[in-house]
Unconditional design. Sequence first.
Length: 161
Amino acid sequence: MEAYEAYYDYETPIGTIWIGETEGAITHLTCGEAPFPSGGNRQETPGIREAVRQLTEYLEGRRTTFTLPLAPEGTEFQKKVWRALQEIPYGETRSYQQIAQAVGRPKACRAVGMANHRNPILLVIPCHRVIGANGSLVGYGCGLPLKEKLLRLEAEHSALK
C-alpha cells in the first residue's frame, strides 16, 4: 500500500478504524483485522473528521452513500473494479462474476477477487457487498463477522426505506 500524509484512528461500534488522507482525499480506511500501512503523521484533518462523521452516520443506518473525495492507489484494473463496487446499491450484493462482467472482463473473477482484496478504502468502497456466486460470504479484510454485520445492517435499513 502507498503512504499517506495524515492518518487518525477512532474507536467505533465496529472496533478501531484507521483513516488515511493525502492532499484532502481519503486514501485508506481499514478496520479490525485489516492491516494499516505505516507512514504519515497522526493528525485529525478536516477531511478525516468528515470521513468519520459519514462513517458514523452509515453505521447508524442514516447514510446510504458516501460523498468523500477518494484517491485509492492501485492499477487501472483495480480502480475500475473499485468504481464498479461503488455502483452496488446500498442493501444489495453482487458476485465476483457480476463485477467481472461489469468491468468488461467476464472471465476475470479471480482478478476481481484480488482487486477486492486490495481495496484500500474499506466500507466507503463497499467490497463487503461482494459475495460468492452461490451466495456465500467469502473474504473480507475486516473479517467475515463484520462483513455479515454490515450486510445485515444494510438489509435492515433498506427494508425500512
